[in-house]
Design a protein around this ligand. Structure first.
Ligand code: IMP
Ligand code: MG
Length: 178
């Protein structure tokens, strides 16, 4: 079925499972060249990147480690904005080659926060792999090292991406219907 309804909103297929698979193969081919002798630590950013990360890691053909982090965001008592906190990283990343694995970069503020936090821990390098990049929504200057698709500035669900917690399980990526 190409149109679906999640809660109150309608979505159409935007990227099929097959298109996603092909993009992941391209990314992994580049990683298999670039990172083969780097003993990288892949860091999957939960929740959204879980499905992309799982499919990507299966295509990696060199020794690597995989871990998972999460951003907890809460309302600060003394400030109006949300405060982010990096949780779940147990590994010592000093001197390591890090690859951050993200589902989607929208404003870029999340990935910027993570790059700043992780840099404090003195890794050798940090690369960014994102399945989706909403280039028009970017508020910061960032050039991810691996990009699956540059997408239009519309709301997407499926393949890890959620609408109010729903839709993460879908095998295709959907965009909101006009
Ligand atoms: P950023 O900080 O604005 O770059 O937002 C990144 C995060 O916002 C992603 O990790 C997603 O969790 C979420 N996000 C951004 N755009 C979408 C979307 O179209 N659908 C679902 N989640 C999104
Ligand atoms: Mg995310």
């Amino acid at each position: 079925m190409s149109t679906i309804k999640i809660l109150d909103r309608n979505f159409n297929v935007y990227l099929t499972e097959e298109q996603i698979h092909q993009a992941i193969l391209l990314i992994s081919q580049n990683m298999n060249i670039d990172l083969a002798d780097k003993d990288p630590l892949f860091i999957c950013i939960l929740n959204g990147a879980f499905m992309f990360a799982a499919d990507l890691f299966k295509e990696i053909d060199f020794p690597c480690q995989v871990t998972f982090i999460k951003l907890a965001s809460y309302d600060g008592t003394n400030s109006s904005g949300k405060i982010n906190q990096l949780v779940g990283l147990k590994e010592n990343i000093a001197g390591r080659n890090i690859v951050l694995v993200e589902d989607i970069i929208d404003t870029g503020l999340t990935i910027k926060y993570l790059l700043d936090e992780l840099s404090l821990k003195r890794p050798s390098s940090i690369k960014v792999a994102t399945l989706l990049l909403k280039r028009e929504a970017l508020k910061i200057d960032i050039e991810p090292d691996y990009i699956g698709f540059k997408v239009s500035n519309t709301f997407l669900v499926g393949y890890g991406l959620d609408y109010d917690g729903y839709g993460r399980n879908l095998r295709h990526i959907y965009s909101e219907a006009e």
